[in-house]
Structures are given as structure tokens and as C-alpha cells.
Design a protein around this ligand. Structure first.
Ligand code: COA
Length: 317
């Protein structure tokens, strides 16, 4: 076995929708400022009784139901998150217990910020290669609302909560991946709010923007080099949904049709590790992606990290 293909996806969102207008009652901002710069109109925030674990279990169980497989065949559970409910037990172990998944497989959380789901895909491929099992369950989940400084308008308007999941099948047809990391950690880090001394997301927006518009083509070109394919060979590109303008920049660079690059940050904001699988899930639910289509997933973000994978969508049902 050398690669993976996507056989099913799932997603979960908290109950509370927070619009830009809602945020304008908390900080000095407006839809007129936020939307043109980011493409974000609203996002979901967890209520008091909604946890990262709840979202992850919902997304995972939806993906598993849709996969139409015997859950005893799952060969690993990998959860990408930077906002797990607990450091231990891991979200992955809680999912394993809640969904009655096999106990002779690895279940673990990883943190590569917004690139987490793509790194997690590669980690899952490694486990299946090692244990010879057929299917992997990979989840990206975040409750970023708990680490947002709701007095900082430069960050609190950008992020949201949610979860996305995929069931992968070991596959020998098409799989190319690439990963990168560099420690330019000064531009996207937990910052300290002087008022309460707690740690919150903070970033230099302009420098993160510059990083993003260089990271995505680096990842895409890296995959094209390995695969000897071009943008014409790729049916769908699902990039991390940080900012609509970042994706527009890349679409223009490749002279690609806008529809090839899926976007949903208008309703979800940036959900970090959940962003790629949530967008992938919506794309699959839309019915636009057909069995046999090639899908490229591209992540970039905190660390700094970046990664991509090119693989097929091939649902079983
Ligand atoms: N509402 C209103 N005004 C705001 C604001 C908000 N939410 N956030 C910042 N501003 C103000 C600033 O205070 C500044 O005011 P000043 O000129 O009086 O000092 C002005 O708007 C411009 O701020 P700036 O930070 O220069 O804006 P920008 O054009 O760089 O846009 C981002 C800010 C965050 C939208 C943009 O930098 C960006 O998208 N960066 C990438 C972020 C990202 O994707 N992060 C996640 C990566 S995984």
C-alpha cells in the first residue's frame, strides 16, 4: 500500500452563529471592514456545554456512517487540533471509546495548527502502512473561541469553531504529499492579554498574509513536481479557509477557474485544523465532486507549517 483515497467525510458545527454585526457590538468593527478583507460574514462559536470532543465525535460518526464499512476495519484514529478539551485523554481516544472502535489500533491527537488535518492524513497513512489495515479515520476539530481575546478586533473576527472528518481507504492509485515547517513563530502565536494574563491567539496579519500566499504555491508546485501533473489534472482544490483574498490570489496565479478552489469561510471563518475537512465535507455533500475526481488538500498556518496532498475521491456506496 502506498497511498490513501477519500471514501467518506463528515462535519459538525456548534449551535451558535455569530455574525460580523454581532461582533460589532463587542469590539470596534463592522461587516463593512471584515467582509471585504477576509470574505467572512459569520462563524460558529461553541456554547457553554459544547466541547471539542462533542464536535469531533459528531463529525467522526457521520463520516463513519457514510463510509459504509465495518468499523472493526478502522486501522487508526488521528485527530488534529490545537484546542483539545484535555491534554490527556486525547480526543482520539475519547472518539475511539464513544464510537466503539477497535482497541488494537493507535489513537492520538496531533497539533500542526491549520495544517493539522493534512499532517494527520500522512500520519494515518503511516499507521496503515505499518499495521496493514485498510481504513483510517482522521478528524480536524477546534474550539478556538476559548483562546480568542474578545477585546482584540484584529484576531477575534477571523476565527471559528467546528469539526470535519474523513475516512480514508488504503489505495495504490494516486497519492502525492508534501510537508514543510519553519519556526517563524513570531508572526502567529498565542499572545498574552495584559488585562487577565491569559494566553490568546495573536498574529501579525500582514506577515501571515505574505507567508500564506507564498506557502500555497510552494505546496502546490511541490506536488506537481512529484506527480508530474498540472492544475488541469486536478478537479478540486481545498485550501485552508483563512481568508478569501489569499485563495483569490492563488486562483489568479494559476489562472485556474474560480470554482475549482472551494471556499466556505463566509459562513465558518478560519477554523484552523477543522477548516480543510469541513470544506471538503461541504464540497462532497454538494454533489459537485464525483467518484474518481482528484482532490488536492492544502494547509498552512501556525508553526509555521504547510502541507498538501493529492488523492482521489471514491465513495463506496
Ligand atoms: N475591524 C476594524 N478595523 C480593524 C480590524 C477590525 N476587525 N482589525 C484591524 N483593524 C484596523 C487596524 O487597527 C488598522 O487601523 P489603523 O490603520 O488605524 O492602525 C487598520 O484596520 C488596518 O489594519 P491592518 O492590520 O493593516 O489590516 P490588513 O489590511 O492587513 O488586514 C487582516 C488585516 C487580518 C484581514 C489581513 O492582514 C489578513 O488577512 N492576514 C492573514 C490572516 C490569516 O489568514 N491568518 C490565519 C492564517 S492560518
Amino acid at each position: 500500500m502506498t497511498g490513501l483515497k477519500i471514501i467518506a467525510t463528515g462535519g459538525a458545527l456548534p449551535s451558535r452563529v455569530v455574525t460580523n454585526d454581532d461582533l460589532s457590538k463587542i469590539v470596534d468593527t463592522s461587516d463593512e471592514w471584515i467582509y471585504p478583507r477576509t470574505g467572512i460574514h459569520s462563524r460558529y462559536f461553541c456554547g457553554e456545554n459544547e466541547s471539542t470532543t462533542d464536535l469531533a465525535i459528531k463529525a467522526a460518526s457521520q463520516a463513519l456512517e457514510r463510509a459504509n464499512i465495518d468499523k472493526e476495519q478502522i486501522g487508526c484514529v488521528v485527530v488534529a487540533t490545537l484546542s483539545a478539551e484535555f491534554a490527556c485523554p486525547s480526543t482520539a481516544c475519547l472518539i475511539q471509546e464513544a464510537l466503539g472502535l477497535p482497541t488494537d489500533i493507535a489513537a492520538l491527537d496531533i497539533n500542526a495548527a491549520c495544517t493539522g488535518f493534512i499532517y494527520g492524513t500522512e500520519v494515518a497513512r503511516g499507521f496503515l502502512s505499518a499495521n496493514g489495515k485498510k481504513y483510517a479515520l482522521v478528524i480536524g476539530v477546534e474550539k478556538l473561541s476559548k483562546i480568542l481575546d474578545m477585546t482584540d478586533r484584529t484576531t477575534c473576527v477571523l476565527f471559528g469553531d467546528g469539526a470535519g472528518a474523513a475516512v480514508y481507504e488504503a489505495d495504490d492509485t494516486m497519492y502525492y504529499s508534501i510537508q514543510g515547517a519553519c519556526g517563524a513563530k513570531d508572526i502567529l502565536v498565542p499572545g498574552i492579554n495584559e488585562a487577565d494574563g491569559k494566553s490568546y491567539v495573536s498574529m501579525n496579519g500582514k506577515n501571515v498574509f505574505k507567508f500564506a500566499v507564498s506557502a500555497i504555491p510552494r505546496v502546490i508546485n511541490g506536488i506537481f513536481e512529484k506527480s508530474e501533473k498540472t492544475m488541469d489534472d486536478v478537479d478540486w482544490v481545498v485550501c485552508h479557509q483563512a481568508n478569501s483574498r489569499i485563495i483569490d490570489h492563488v486562483v489568479k496565479k494559476y489562472k485556474a477557474p474560480t470554482e475549482k478552489f472551494y471556499k466556505n469561510m463566509d459562513r465558518f471563518g478560519n477554523t484552523s485544523a477543522a477548516s480543510v475537512p469541513l470544506a471538503l465535507n461541504e464540497l462532497c455533500e454538494s454533489g459537485k465532486v464525483k467518484s474518481g475526481d482528484s482532490v488536492m488538500l492544502v494547509g498552512f498556518g501556525g508553526g509555521l507549517t504547510e502541507a498538501g496532498v493529492l488523492l482521489s475521491y471514491a465513495p463506496k456506496a
